[in-house]
Design a protein around this ligand. Structure first.
Ligand code: IVH
Length: 755
């Protein structure tokens, strides 16, 4: 059966594989295939090597007492198996044996319904059949934060806010400063004062339902008094250094069976346990610092809102303070950094937020980050080590990425063995424009190199020690042929990256495309992670995404004959694949893995074109850059000519297009609508702003229109629905009048925008 460890952190395939990403029970992509049938000692029940055959007395022949005794024993055995599997990562019985126990329990319970115990493992059938967390959609997206690494970037941030809001220099602007906790974020939903659900961040829109686990955390109140009817409290789950050390000493391990690398991984691994009893045994803590949906406002300012969360019983960070200017923010940053080593928990920077919530609302959000907040990170931690080898990885678009293999070294508590080297210029000590980096020092095999980690990103190499260079070290010769398929690897003018020209025929590109296709933000097929995709590709079963949907027809028997797969796990995998035949347009567009087309662009495109037919037809037409279709495509805010050309080129390339068409023929693509904006008079409309707006900056007007479901275009065309003409509007307003479009002035716009 599929006791695949799913629901995890998998799906990210950085150029340099990091050794420190294991969390339990996640890391779907790094786990064994679903249903690996390891033979171990049998528990009670059908202990015959996992055949599933029952060796028991017929259920009908059981007395009530015997049934009760057996139910108790079965429940204990199932719980023990769950613990061994999920907590210890060391299953003691085979999957088939586990199945047998469950089936026996179910049949006895069916015959003796009075004996069904509350909380019986049979009540968790659904979860056990396909373990993993239920998904929960956040009522408000869970955002991430824009990062800054220098005082200048902080000054720019404050200046941008002032300019967005058109605040005069003398107008006050208060921001809060508070530690950025290095844990994992959690959203707690209270309804009628009771904790109703808890979800991890997930992809920001949908997270994992960890309600039962959150209930075990002492810092999280189960009931709160005096709160709005609906209140989503957001904050960070973390572990203190002392608790982490004790857990480490107790021998607790991650999903990969290794000790947790740091408190953050331990917190994540402990929260994301399928058995809440395990979470309960882990010393997790919580700080509240934000909120999602609320049926009534908490306060008028960020600081008062957080104080109210404190009054409801949530721990809030004592170091938060209010600042009237940038100098104060930077001072707070310095003070918090000075306390970093003594806090007893990990922080990785300071978060600044605009205090006035009315201003926060006006500033609004970008696709994944608010305009009103900034994370000012602490400098990266560094260490010196030896560069042992340089491997070249080939990405899904053919990019050759050099990866440094290092003598293992600890950087900020994490063992690092790999680091990205970016591209050949970076190794040679040049930047994209031919200027010197590291004062022109190149990097050679055997060099002593300085490694750094900034936050969660892949480690990098900052510097090289020439005094320690081996006498026989030669400059590194970057390959000009693809190490995977041998095709020529070329650099286009202006491109820092050398790319394999093998296209879909290159095995490395094909595998990377498939890995991307099944990744978490793309098709996210349960039980089909990077490992499985690689194995199926190597077996010759899948060469392109469409083949995944033929596995049931063409390779069911091959799968069944493969070690580690059984009837149940194959059935689960094929069912998960079937379930994904229905896919929203934005996920499909992202999954295609076209260069430059990330999640945000895919969402913009899907919202603009709504359905697959419209999208594909538009891209075909847009191949001609003189066409209205090209103008329409590049008028989408956030879609520039480089991205647009990458799309139209991919669609025009015969081999690639045929592979896309073969895929789409297997799918039922769900249309995507513009964001739901109840009562907005401009949903779905294309709006152009021209002239000078006096009471709102152009940036604010644009953000406001987008939040109301409109598309904002830069130029007037027959497709424009509404033109907002500010003072001194010139040629655009004239053209709009000629085209007979609706033109309104700033007053009317303000009425629509509700400000
Ligand atoms: S505010 C609207 N405040 O940092 C923005 N986030 O890098 C919501 N984090 O996903 C986040 N400490 O998990 C905020 N004091 C703090 C934080 C904090 C840690 C985390 C949070 C967020 C991530 C973004």
């Amino acid at each position: 059966m599929a006791r695949a460890k799913k629901g995890g952190a998998g799906g990210e395939h950085g150029a340099a594989g990091q050794s420190d990403v294991a969390v339990s029970p996640g890391a779907a992509d790094d786990e064994a295939p679903a249903g690996s049938d390891h033979a171990h000692t049998a528990g009670i029940g059908n202990g015959e090597g996992g055949t599933g055959a029952t060796q028991h007395q017929d259920v009908e022949g059981l007395t009530g007492d015997a049934a009760a005794a057996e139910i108790e024993a079965l429940a204990a055995a199932i719980d023990a198996a769950n613990t061994a599997y999920h907590q210890l990562d060391a299953p003691e019985i085979t999957d088939a044996e586990y199945d047998g126990l469950k089936q026996r329990l179910l049949s006895i319970e069916a015959a003796f319904p009075d004996l069904v115990r509350p909380g019986s493992p049979s009540a968790r059938v659904g979860a056990a059949a396909a373990p993993g967390f239920r998904k929960l959609r956040h009522a408000r997206p869970m955002l991430s934060l824009e990062n800054a690494f220098s005082a200048t970037e902080v000054e720019d941030f404050v200046a941008r806010i002032r300019s967005f809001l058109a605040l005069p220099a003398e107008a006050p602007l208060v921001l809060t400063a508070e530690p950025k906790i290095d844990g994992l974020s959690l959203s707690l939903r209270y309804e009628g004062g009771r904790l109703a659900s808890a979800a991890t961040r997930g992809d920001g829109e949908t997270g994992e339902d960890v309600t039962a686990n959150a209930r075990t955390i002492a810092d999280i109140p189960r009931r709160i008094d005096g709160a709005p009817e609906v209140l989503e409290v957001r904050g960070e789950v973390y572990m203190t250094h002392a608790d982490f050390a004790a857990l480490h000493d107790s021998g607790a391990v991650s999903g990969a069976g290794k000790p947790f690398a740091n408190p953050r991984n331990a917190a994540a691994g402990s929260l994301r346990q399928l058995d809440p009893a395990i979470t309960a045994s882990r010393p997790l803590r919580f700080f509240a610092y934000a909120w999602g949906e609320t049926s009534a406002p908490l306060a008028d300012t960020q600081s008062d809102a957080v104080a109210r969360l404190g009054a409801f019983g949530f721990p809030t960070n004592p170091l938060m303070r209010r600042c009237p200017d940038t100098a104060c923010l930077l001072g707070a940053w310095g003070e918090i950094e000075a306390q970093r080593a003594n806090l007893g928990y990990d922080i990785d920077g300071v978060v600044y937020k605009v205090d006035d919530l009315a201003l926060q609302r006006r500033l609004g959000l970008r696709s994944t980050t608010p305009r009103w907040a900034l994370a000012h990170k602490f400098p990266a931690e560094t260490a010196w080590t030896t560069l042992e080898a340089i491997d070249i990885q080939v990405g899904r678009t053919g990019a050759l990425s050099p990866v440094a293999r290092l003598a293992p070294v600890t950087v900020g508590g994490v063992v690092v063995q790999n680091a990205t080297l970016h591209n050949e210029d970076y190794i040679a000590g040049r930047d994209a424009r031919g200027g010197a980096i590291r004062e022109g020092r190149d990097i050679r095999l055997g060099d002593r190199v300085k490694v750094y980690r900034a936050g969660d990103v892949i480690p990098k190499i900052a510097d090289v020690d020439l005094t320690a260079r081996p006498a026989d070290a030669d400059p590194y010769a970057f390959p000009t042929r693809c190490p995977s398929c041998g095709a020529e690897a070329v650099r286009e003018p202006g491109d820092a990256v050398r790319r394999c020209t093998g296209g879909l025929a290159c095995p490395a590109q094909a595998v990377e495309k498939l890995r991307h296709f099944v990744s978490r933000a793309a098709f996210d097929i349960e039980g089909l992670g990077a490992r499985q995709v690689e194995a199926f590709y190597a077996a010759g079963w899948i060469a392109e995404p469409a083949d995944i949907f033929h596995l049931a027809r063409d390779h069911r028997d091959d799968l069944l004959a493969t070690e580690g797969w059984g009837e149940r796990s194959v059935a689960n995998l094929l069912a998960a694949i079937e379930a994904r035949r229905t896919i929203p347009l934005d996920r499909l567009i992202f999954a295609l893995g076209i260069r430059h087309v990330g999640e945000a662009a895919a969402r913009l495109l899907a919202r603009h074109y709504h359905d697959w037919t419209g999208f594909a037809a538009a891209l075909d037409a847009a191949h001609d850059e003189a066409s209205p279709a090209w103008a329409d495509l590049t008028a989408i805010d956030g879609i520039g000519p480089v991205l647009a050309r990458s799309l139209t080129t991919a669609f025009a390339q015969e081999a690639e297009r045929m592979a896309i068409d073969r895929l789409v023929a297997e799918l039922d693509v769900l249309p995507v609508e513009a964001p739901r904006t109840e009562g907005s008079p401009i949903t779905g409309q294309t709006v152009v702003f021209t002239g000078t707006l006096e009471r709102m900056t152009r940036a604010e007007a644009k953000a406001r229109a987008e939040a109301m479901g409109a598309k904002v275009a830069g130029s007037v065309s027959a497709r424009t629905d509404l033109v907002v003409a500010g003072a001194g509007a010139g040629s655009k307003a004239k053209k709009a009048a000629e085209l007979g479009l609706k033109v309104i002035d700033e007053d009317e716009w303000l009425r629509i925008a509700g400000s």
